[in-house]
Design a protein around this ligand. Structure first.
Ligand SMILES: CC(C)(COP(=O)(O)OP(=O)(O)OC[C@H]1O[C@@H](n2cnc3c(N)ncnc32)[C@H](O)[C@@H]1OP(=O)(O)O)[C@@H](O)C(=O)NCCC(=O)NCCS
Length: 198
């Protein structure tokens, strides 16, 4: 029975490539560590993501990719545009039944809708692949761009929590969001209305 398969095995066996209109999302490998370190080594990214250290060096990227390969608790996709890495998006399996969406993009790639496009791809992947009824995410209260992405994807605000951010070395308020399967499914099925003037 599906429930008898350990969750880690299930997650690993489903590693795949996701294609969107402009982006390719795939599993990062050791060949990507230079690019990952170059993109991630920016305080503006680290201060908005919980666990990214700053400065971020190649060894951090190597440890990260190795942990993923060893079957860590995250399902992560490298985001590529025109065959070049531009950022990362993934799901952190906080517990067997709790999954959290996270993402970051290299600063040069902000403001072009890539964050929303990548988030949508992973949200679809999550609800299509896993039998869970909701996905959570969060954005620092001082991070309107991320909040905007979550709201555009159908996430609903669920409260504010204090979370520790590694690069800040302290805790800061985070707006928490939740996307239920029913809202996702409703958005996916919201077909266009045909208007006839009478
Ligand atoms: C958050 C992040 C991924 C956004 O990526 P992006 O590709 O620029 O995002 P998009 O272009 O898809 O959408 C951002 C939305 O926020 C809006 N936005 C951007 N900056 C804003 C600001 N300062 N105030 C209000 N809205 C803002 C944009 O206009 C856009 O909305 P629109 O499509 O309605 O115009 C990127 O800024 C990033 O990597 N930040 C650092 C890491 C991070 O914050 N990760 C999220 C934590 S989980």
């Amino acid at each position: 029975m599906l429930q008898d398969i350990p969750t880690t095995t299930l997650r690993e066996s489903r590693a795949c490539v996701l294609e969107t209109e402009r982006l390719t999302l795939r599993k990062p490998t050791l060949a990507d560590v230079k690019a990952i370190a170059r993109l991630a080594n920016d305080r503006r990214i680290a201060e908005n993501t919980r666990r990214l250290p700053h400065p971020y060096c190649q060894d951090d990227a190597i440890d990260f990719v190795r942990a993923l390969a060893a079957g860590g608790r995250e399902t992560v996709f490298l985001i590529e545009h025109s065959h070049k890495p531009i950022g990362m998006v993934g799901i952190d399996w906080r517990a067997e039944t709790s999954a959290e969406l996270g993402y970051w993009l290299g600063v040069d790639h902000w403001g072009q809708g890539f964050g929303t496009e990548a988030a949508r791809a992973v949200i679809d992947y999550f609800f299509e692949e896993f039998d869970l009824d909701h996905l959570i995410s969060g954005a620092r209260v001082a991070n309107p761009a991320s909040r905007n992405i979550l709201e555009k994807c159908g996430f609903q605000w669920s409260g504010v929590e204090l979370h520790r951010f590694e690069a800040l070395g302290s805790s800061t308020p985070v707006d928490c969001f939740r996307l239920s399967r029913s809202v996702w499914s409703s958005l996916k099925n919201w077909n266009q209305t045909t208007r006839r003037n009478t």
